[in-house]
Design a protein around this ligand. Structure first.
Ligand SMILES: [Fe+2]
Length: 203
C-alpha cells in the first residue's frame, strides 16, 4: 500500500494527520541534531534509513482509529499499527525495511524491545535492531512534544554535556503550564536515555 493510502485510510482526522506530519518533521530534525553529539548514528544518516524514520513517525498512530472504535480493543494501538504495516506493506520498501517501520510504530509507546520475548523484534537483523532502537526512541519522545495534538511545539534546540552525558532539550514552551506534558515527557524520554546512555532534561 502506498504511503499516501496509509495516510488517507488510517489518519483520517485533520488533527491526527497534523500530529503525524509534525512528528515526522520533528523526528527527522531531532535525528539530525543528535548527529552532532553521537557520531555512532551516522551509519543511519542516509536517505533510505531516514525514510524509515519518517514513515515510522508518520504512521505511529495509524492503529488509533481501530482502538477507539471498539469498547474492548483486542490490541492496543501500537500493536494494531504494527500489524497494519506488516499486513499491507508500505510500497517501495523491502521486507526488512517494512519490518523496521512496523517495529518503530510498535515501540513508540509502552514496553521496550525485548529480544527474547518479542517475535517481530527478534526477526530484525542486529543492525536493524539498533536502527529500530534509535528511531523508535526518537519517535517515542517526539510524540510527547505534541502530547495533546495541539501543535504547540513546532521547534526545539538541543545541548549536550559530554562529561555528564546530559542532553538538555529546549522546547520553547513552558512545560509547567501545559498540564500533563511534564509527565508525558518524563515517561517517554526513558527509551532514548537507555539507547544513548544519557540523561535527558528539559528547559
Ligand atoms: Fe502520537
Amino acid at each position: 500500500m502506498d504511503i499516501n493510502e496509509f495516510k488517507k485510510n488510517y489518519l483520517s482526522s485533520a488533527q491526527t494527520l497534523e500530529h503525524s506530519e509534525l512528528s515526522a518533521k520533528l523526528s527527522l530534525k531531532f535525528f539530525k541534531e543528535l548527529l552532532r553529539f553521537f557520531p555512532e548514528i551516522k551509519v543511519f544518516n542516509n536517505p533510505q534509513d531516514l525514510t524509515l524514520l519518517k514513515y515510522g513517525a508518520m504512521l505511529h498512530d495509524i492503529g488509533v482509529m481501530f482502538e477507539k472504535n471498539k469498547k474492548n480493543p483486542p490490541k492496543p494501538h501500537h500493536k494494531i499499527g504494527r500489524d497494519l504495516i506488516l499486513e499491507n506493506k508500505i510500497s517501495g520498501l523491502d521486507e526488512a525495511q517494512n519490518l523496521v517501520v512496523a517495529n518503530i510504530v510498535r515501540y513508540h509507546r509502552k514496553s521496550l524491545p525485548d529480544e527474547n520475548q518479542h517475535k517481530c523484534y527478534k526477526m530484525l537483523s542486529k543492525n536493524d535492531r539498533k536502527k529500530t532502537d534509535v528511531f523508535a526512541s526518537i519517535v517515542r519522545l517526539i510524540d510527547a512534544f505534541d502530547y495533546n495534538h495541539f501543535n504547540m511545539v513546532d521547534d526545539f534546540s538541543l545541548d549536550f554535556d559530554r562529561n555528564q552525558r546530559i542532553l538538555t532539550i529546549d522546547l520553547g514552551v513552558n512545560i509547567m503550564l501545559n498540564i500533563g506534558q511534564g509527565a508525558a515527557l518524563s515517561k517517554k524520554k526513558q527509551f532514548l536515555e537507555k539507547v544513548f546512555d544519557i540523561e535527558v532534561l528539559f528547559n
